[in-house]
Design a binder for this molecule. Structure first.
Ligand SMILES: Cc1cc2nc3c(=O)[nH]c(=O)nc-3n(C[C@H](O)[C@H](O)[C@H](O)COP(=O)(O)OP(=O)(O)OC[C@H]3O[C@@H](n4cnc5c(N)ncnc54)[C@H](O)[C@@H]3O)c2cc1C
Length: 274
């Protein structure tokens, strides 16, 4: 197995809120040197036992760990640390007091981030590359919810000064908006997403004025929003699948394990219609 794909072990250096609904965990450790210099923006898999523990020595023989996917929001090879930003989704509403984890309800990653203490260890697989914005486009359309913020912050920081287009974000509240440095020609549009806001992100996207020329599109969000956005976008003039990344990062009501299966079936059926 390639070194890069083998699980690596890290130690929690710090954990703190960066906004009301986002928690950052900074990891450090010897294995940082095994990661490529351009790791920021790539995704990793956090490894848990079926009971939600990060102590993989308790994993029954032959049983695979439970995986959870997160984006490296910051990577500092010199300081020897990396950051992961977790949406605090399990800490809304009635699941707030959940102490016992089970595979049906999940929430392993969020629960871990909310309770992580300096000195604790966790194993990660990866990193792997997340597709970037297509080059040579006339304008950009970047869409995401809170799970995509780490990726979107890095992508918007690299936009050319003369770039035009839109960044459309669904946030839990206004204070969750990170500092984004956008070119003057790129409009920022935000929508606040509550428990009953349905496909609010997709609705915002359908209201956009489609610009002239071919867009580079990057979209990552909840599954049903993603489907509605994809349907709308694929009906537009100048739509070209090759300059599009449209992905679901999670799905209401199912854990990452269930979402993975639904996502694969959806992609198979979408690509079979190509
Ligand atoms: C490539 C990629 C990169 C990602 N990067 C990030 C990242 O940097 N930060 C981040 O926070 N997430 C990120 N995600 C999404 C993250 O993997 C999922 O949200 C994951 O389900 C969280 O795992 P969990 O153990 O906390 O909850 P799970 O056990 O997977 O789910 C438990 C319950 O919580 C619900 N749930 C899961 N996520 C959310 C959410 N965001 N809001 C509301 N309810 C939710 C599920 O529907 C389910 O009912 C990424 C996903 C992908 C595919």
């Amino acid at each position: 197995m390639q070194k890069r794909l083998q699980p690596k072990t890290f130690t929690v250096q710090q954990a703190f809120d960066i906004s009301p609904n986002m928690r950052r965990v900074i990891l450090t450790g010897e294995d940082i040197r095994l990661l490529p210099a351009d790791s920021a923006g790539q995704y990793v898999k956090l490894l848990f036992t079926p009971a939600g523990s990060t102590d993989l020595s308790t994993l029954p023989e032959g049983q695979k760990p439970v995986l959870r996917t997160f984006t490296i929001s910051e990577f500092d090879a010199e300081q020897g640390n990396l950051s992961l930003d977790f949406v605090k989704h399990q800490h809304k509403g009635k699941s707030q007091h959940k102490d016992v984890l089970n595979p049906e309800q999940g929430g392993y990653a969020c629960h871990w981030a909310m309770h992580a203490q300096p000195g604790e260890q966790i194993s990660l697989g990866g990193p792997n590359i997340i597709q970037g914005l297509a080059e040579d486009s006339d304008w950009v359309l970047i869409i995401g919810d809170m799970t995509a913020l780490p990726s979107i912050q890095l992508k918007t920081a690299r936009l050319a000064a003369d770039c035009r287009g839109y960044v459309v974000l669904a946030l839990s509240c206004e204070q969750d908006l990170p500092a984004l440095q956008l070119p003057a020609g790129v409009d920022l549009i935000t929508v606040m997403e509550g428990e009953h806001s349905g496909n609010a992100l997709a609705e915002k996207v359908t209201q956009l004025r489609w610009l002239e020329g071919s867009p580079a599109i990057w979209c990552a969000c909840e599954f049903s929003n993603m489907r509605a956005i994809r349907q709308h976008i694929s009906r537009q003039d100048q739509f070209d699948r090759k300059s599009c990344y449209i992905s679901s990062y999670w799905k209401h009501g199912v854990t990452e394990d269930g979402h993975k299966v639904i996502k694969r079936d959806d992609q198979d059926s979408y690509h079979s219609k190509a």
